[in-house]
Design a protein around this ligand. Structure first.
Ligand SMILES: Cc1cc2nc3c(=O)[nH]c(=O)nc-3n(C[C@H](O)[C@H](O)[C@H](O)COP(=O)(O)OP(=O)(O)OC[C@H]3O[C@@H](n4cnc5c(N)ncnc54)[C@H](O)[C@@H]3O)c2cc1C
Length: 321
């Protein structure tokens, strides 16, 4: 067991003895929209604030949070902070139940009480995007985010490259862009930078953003409008034709049987458990595209699945509450 793991275990024991074990790693935060910053035709940054943001924490560039949106009755979410908020939410009648969706913390500035979330604006098709389309400063939401006072690591992130990683491959669509942008920023300040290749599918040519990354990082934009692609086709093309897959090319593996996931009823979440530091891939976006990439790399090319993380962030034609 590493020193860090021992420390975490000791803290857990201490927490159990002192009754803190009941504390949850995530907690409810009341937040208010402070500023809305357009990033591109399809993306906007929302800067939220709230007195308790000072207590929030984030562990990795793909730290996920839950956002609670106004319910069908038009009221902003106001789940109580005491007790089990999830249970309370479940018990509410549909009309009064705040819809909940998953987002990524793009940046957290605790001293300034500010937390940024980048939203894809995909029209008035779901409660999150509908809210984002019309949101104005002062609008109130609730966020379920890691609690900085939790004794231990809160989890809720999957970017866990092995130490000394030499080649990182990132593939995602616009919903994964906030996490990929954060990962590239993080890699840029590592002393021993790995080769980093990123492929980002976005709706429009004009959705390309200026990302802060190491000068040698390869960032490839895959706009659906110029490619004439449907959702996910750019990501799949990147995985099959454009990405450098050192392991698969140098030592083609045996095609492996993969457990198919019914992406219309289940979340595709298949995570890496790296066995060495040669290659690490992080893939997130529309579930059918992520599934197709998993099938190709693992099922057909026989790549070592322990180096690959596949995350279905959303499903075309389905709402994921
Ligand atoms: C770990 C994680 C992190 C995420 N981080 C972010 C993030 O930082 N920013 C972000 O914008 N999204 C992010 N997402 C994706 C986001 O949760 C989904 O897009 C969510 O479905 C949006 O909710 P909604 O209420 O707008 O639409 P829903 O009610 O869920 O769906 C309504 C309809 O809209 C469609 N739809 C949903 N999302 C999209 C989309 N992006 N483009 C086109 N059609 C869509 C659905 O297929 C459905 O037909 C993340 C998801 C996960 C799991």
């Amino acid at each position: 067991m590493s020193i860090a793991e021992t420390l975490v275990q000791n803290l857990r024991h201490l927490a159990q003895r002192t009754g803190l074990a009941r504390a949850s790693s995530y907690r409810l935060f009341d937040i208010e929209l402070k500023q809305r910053i357009p990033l591109s035709p399809s993306l906007a940054r929302f800067v939220f604030t709230g007195p308790e943001v000072a207590r929030m924490c984030t562990m990795a560039p793909d730290q996920r949070v839950k956002l609670l949106f106004p319910s069908a009755d038009g009221l902003p979410p106001q789940l109580p902070h005491e007790g089990d908020w999830l249970k309370t939410r479940r018990a509410l009648e549909a009309e009064h139940r705040p819809p909940m969706r998953t987002y990524t913390i793009r940046a957290l500035r605790r001293e300034a009480l500010e937390v940024d979330v980048d939203f894809v604006l995909h029209g008035e098709t779901g409660p999150a995007s509908t809210w984002a389309t019309h949101a104005r400063p002062g609008d109130r939401l609730q966020m379920v985010a890691p609690d900085g006072e939790f004794p231990g690591t809160p989890g809720g992130y999957e970017w866990r490259p092995p130490e000394g990683i030499r080649h990182v491959l990132l593939i995602g669509d616009e919903t994964a862009l906030p996490a990929i942008a954060g990962i590239l920023e993080e890699l840029a300040i590592w002393p021993d930078r790995p080769n980093a290749q990123a492929f980002i599918e976005v709706p429009h040519e004009t959705d390309r953003l200026e990302l802060r990354c190491a000068p040698e990082a390869q960032v490839n934009w895959l706009p659906r409008d110029s490619g004439g692609w449907r959702h996910g086709q750019g990501m799949i093309r990147a995985a099959k034709e454009l990405a450098t897959l050192p392991e698969a090319r140098q030592q083609p593996g045996k095609p492996q049987k993969i457990k198919e996931v019914d992406i219309d009823t289940q979340i595709l979440w298949d995570l890496a458990r790296p066995a060495d530091n040669g290659f690490y891939a992080w893939v997130a976006g529309e579930s059918a595209a992520v599934m197709a990439i998993r099938r190709h790399w693992v099922g057909e090319l026989g790549m070592d699945r322990r180096a690959l993380s596949f995350m279905g962030y959303w499903r075309l034609g389905r709402a994921l509450d």
